[in-house]
Design a protein around this ligand. Structure first.
Ligand SMILES: Nc1ncnc2c1ncn2[C@@H]1O[C@H](COP(=O)(O)OP(=O)(O)OP(=O)(O)O)[C@@H](O)[C@H]1O
Ligand SMILES: [Mg+2]
Length: 272
């Protein structure tokens, strides 16, 4: 069953002249499947995500036909989309520090997002929050709930964000560069965590990254973007073995030149 079906997503920027940032992008994600979205910096990955989630305002304009969980997405009002996004789409972003209110304790922020969706009250609710933190390997959850975002490391905050965005078992998880802002040891742990969420939940995952190794460690298939267009769609194993597009071949060439992970700078420097 398809969780997300995107048909001809186009994102335009209308300033002095029209500029097409995402050009007729189509893909789908099935239940329990992880799709990796890769491409050089500026290729349109984040614009694709923002276009899907309807997070863009003028001068950006989006055209698309999107079906989410068998629902026609464009026929919904923005407010209806926000409600669905809060419950059915888990969103994990690159820089967790920006996603939290710096003046509010972690426990209060988790309460704010999750309380309306559960019947749990008082101590039961707090124990649930602690259990959510335990699932992302935060063992001293009671202390973490009392902390402010700046009192936690980037890796810890990223775990809290993953706990929050997966708490309500969303049908779809969208992770835009979830491991880019953290050190390589924590990166590995976060990837392991996402992998276990993938096998435990039936959620579909859209994982956006520059890092082909990180993506292929959890994705089943990948799509490769270049200048707003999809230039290759492939099974991960096939892509790593034998990429078909010029951009895919370049990416794999860079990977071997740079000896492993390709992040924005290395990839752009090598290809561009
Ligand atoms: N706020 C903005 N104003 C104008 N142009 C923008 C804006 N945000 C993105 N763009 C342009 O849209 C295109 C796609 O950008 P996008 O952020 O989707 O790239 P990306 O693939 O996510 O890159 P990165 O890997 O660096 O995150 C780029 O040409 C970029 O310059
Ligand atoms: Mg981006």
């Amino acid at each position: 069953m398809k969780i997300l079906d995107v048909e001809n997503l186009t994102v335009k920027m209308m300033k002095e002249a029209e500029q097409i940032l995402v050009d007729s992008v189509s893909f789908h994600i099935k239940k329990g499947e992880c799709l990796g979205l890769i491409g050089a910096s500026g290729s349109g990955k984040t614009m694709t995500v923002k276009g899907i989630l309807d997070l863009l305002n003028p001068p950006f304009f989006v055209e698309s036909k999107i079906t989410l969980n068998n629902m026609s997405w464009e026929s919904l009002k923005k407010s209806e989309k926000r409600k669905i996004m809060a419950k059915d789409i888990g969103i994990i972003l690159q820089n967790p520090m920006n996603a939290f209110d710096p003046l509010m304790r972690i426990g209060k922020q988790m309460h704010h997002y999750l309380y309306p969706y559960t019947k749990l009250k008082g101590e039961e609710f707090t124990n649930w929050l602690i259990s959510l933190l335990e699932e992302v390997h935060i063992s001293h959850g009671e202390d973490v709930l009392k902390k402010y975002p700046h009192q936690l490391s980037g890796g810890m905050l990223q775990r809290v964000m993953i706990a929050l965005s997966t708490a309500l078992s969303p049908a779809l998880i969208i992770a835009d560069e979830p491991t880019t802002a953290i050190d390589s040891q924590t990166q590995r742990e976060i990837l392991k965590l996402l992998k276990s969420i993938k096998s435990k939940n039936e959620s579909g995952i859209l994982m956006v990254s520059h890092d082909i190794d990180a993506v292929c460690s959890i994705a089943d298939r990948i799509i490769l973007m270049d200048r707003g267009r999809i230039v290759e769609q492939s099974d991960c194993v096939d892509f790593l073995r034998d990429p078909k597009s010029i951009q895919g071949k370049n990416l794999m060439k860079c990977k071997s030149k740079l000896g492993g992970e390709i992040h924005a700078f290395g990839y752009t420097k090598c290809v561009g």
